[in-house]
Write a protein that binds this ligand. Structure first.
Ligand code: FNR
Length: 367
């Protein structure tokens, strides 16, 4: 328990103070929107609203899970309420970080509780896949999932898949055998939506197909090209062997643009496209490729750590302005129309996708 809480502090510290991003891009430089000299719409009429898991949101952007596990008044508590309040005011979904700390140390539950400042926000809880492995030290099941959701009055739960991070950290939980079966059991036992979520290494078509088969409601692909959890663990490593391993795997994974195309082509799961989403043009590309929402984490950490609700909103509204401008220039007056605009895919992403999907089929129909 003590270790989990300490670990969370260290992660936030490193993410605030060091460069923990991948050294490679998330692939969207190979995806091209096509400029339309006659958009045939008025910029003012553009509507950015979307539906996701039965709720309507003002913008297609989600703040994905980062933290929790401190006492009331401390850093994780502050970050979560700041993000939740911004998400409430913007009417966008928000996720808390791993609730494992709250299961191990119930007295930290209030650092995840945001309903007093965000009564209506679409709130996503968060637990880690390895805790559902059949060899987990304490195996979680339906009971822990329901506790995580109901104690904080969440609307859905995300189960994070983080084998990369766990594999490069000394105290990592690498008990992934039996996770899929456990998720199937949870899915068939609870009424809340279940989101399967990566943490920066991307979801492959193989995994996405399995998740769809057990009835998972949505996937957050969290691809390579943004925050690198191997990067974070590099700074936490206690010796050279650990540092070497983490450095070697710093840029491991499937780029966000590639993961998005694979999952969109092979499943009809709603997709949250995250991992290095840092501007509204890139977000327009992801939505055009078939994502329902884009997700961000690191870009809002800094203002959130200062308790700056307006600062969090400013970051997101900056993306919104750019997204809207890109939509104007391709002549899409809503997100549905954006999914039908022509796209060109070049370079590395094209080479990869030619071996993994029918690229022309994908470009022809992406929704
Ligand atoms: C994360 N992320 C994360 N994900 C998760 O499912 N549970 C968690 O507890 C955390 N914790 C966490 C802490 C911090 C400080 C960061 C920056 C990130 C992963 C996050 O939700 C997201 O998937 C990735 O960070 C990719 O998005 P960005 O950061 O590139 O926008």
């Amino acid at each position: 328990g003590e270790i989990t809480v300490l670990r969370k502090f260290e992660h936030i510290e490193h993410c605030l103070k060091r460069n923990v991003q991948a050294h490679v891009s998330n692939g969207f430089e190979d995806v091209h929107l096509i400029h339309m000299s006659l958009p045939e719409i008025d910029k003012e009429e553009i509507d950015l609203s979307v539906e996701f898991l039965g709720r309507k949101f003002d913008y297609p952007i989600m703040i994905t899970g980062m933290t929790g596990g401190t006492r009331k008044g401390e850093i994780a508590w502050k970050i979560n309420r700041t993000l939740a309040q911004a998400a409430q005011e913007l009417n966008i979904p928000f996720g808390v970080g791993s609730q494992r700390a709250m299961i191990e140390k119930p007295e930290t539950w209030e650092s995840y509780y945001v309903r007093d400042v965000a009564p209506d926000v679409f709130l996503v809880g968060n637990l880690g896949a390895p805790q559902f492995g059949k060899n987990a030290m304490r195996r979680y099941g339906v009971e822990e999932v329901l506790y995580a959701i109901e104690k904080i009055e969440a609307d859905a739960i995300a189960i994070h898949m983080n084998p990369l991070q766990e594999s490069v950290q000394p105290e990592g939980d690498t008990t992934f055998a039996g996770v899929l079966e456990a998720l199937a059991e949870i899915k068939s036992s609870i009424d809340y939506p279940v989101i399967a979520k990566e943490t920066g290494a991307g979801v492959s078509r193989e995994v996405a197909v399995k998740l769809e088969a057990i009835g998972i409601d949505a996937v957050d692909i969290s691809g390579l090209g943004g925050t690198s959890w191997s990067g974070v663990e590099y700074y936490r490593a206690k010796d050279n062997v650990g540092r070497r391993l983490a450095l070697r795997f710093w840029d491991w994974g499937i780029k966000t643009a590639i993961s998005l195309a694979e999952v969109r082509y092979w499943t009809s799961l709603p997709i949250i496209a995250s991992g290095g989403m840092r501007d509204g043009i890139t977000m327009a590309k992801a939505l055009a490729m078939g994502a329902t929402l884009v997700g961000i984490a690191l870009p809002v950490l800094r203002p959130a750590a200062k308790g700056d609700v307006e600062g969090v909103k400013r970051v997101i509204l900056g993306y919104v302005e750019e997204l809207k401008n890109a939509m104007f220039l391709v002549g899409a007056k809503n997100i549905h129309e954006l999914k039908k605009v022509p796209l060109v895919i070049t370079g590395f992403v094209r080479e990869w996708l030619e071996q993994r999907i029918n690229l022309n089929g994908f470009l022809g129909s992406r929704f």
